[in-house]
Design a binder for this molecule. Structure first.
Ligand code: ZN
Length: 81
């Protein structure tokens, strides 16, 4: 299904994500909550702690990096690097 803007252009994928309408179609409240932090920077809202090493992590890392800082996340999921 292709969405078009009022002047007839195809909506680019980037704008679907950035204006939040795509997230809403997912329906899940949990997903909506998570989408809030999807575009955040890794140093935004440093209100959480890494579940492994306890250093401060961002809301983005809490939701998208399994509650871990980048270092622990990479160790856990990409141990070869
Ligand atoms: Zn950590």
């Amino acid at each position: 299904m292709t969405q078009k803007t009022i002047d007839g252009k195809d909506v680019e994928e980037e704008s679907i994500w950035s204006d939040g309408s795509f997230a809403e179609t997912l329906g899940s409240e949990d997903m909506k909550t998570k989408m809030r932090t999807f575009h955040m920077k890794h140093d935004e809202e440093m209100d959480f702690n890494c579940s492994k090493c306890k250093i401060k992590i961002s809301a983005h890392n809490k939701d998208w990096h399994n509650g871990m800082c980048d270092t622990c996340f990479n160790k856990e999921f990409f141990p070869e690097d």
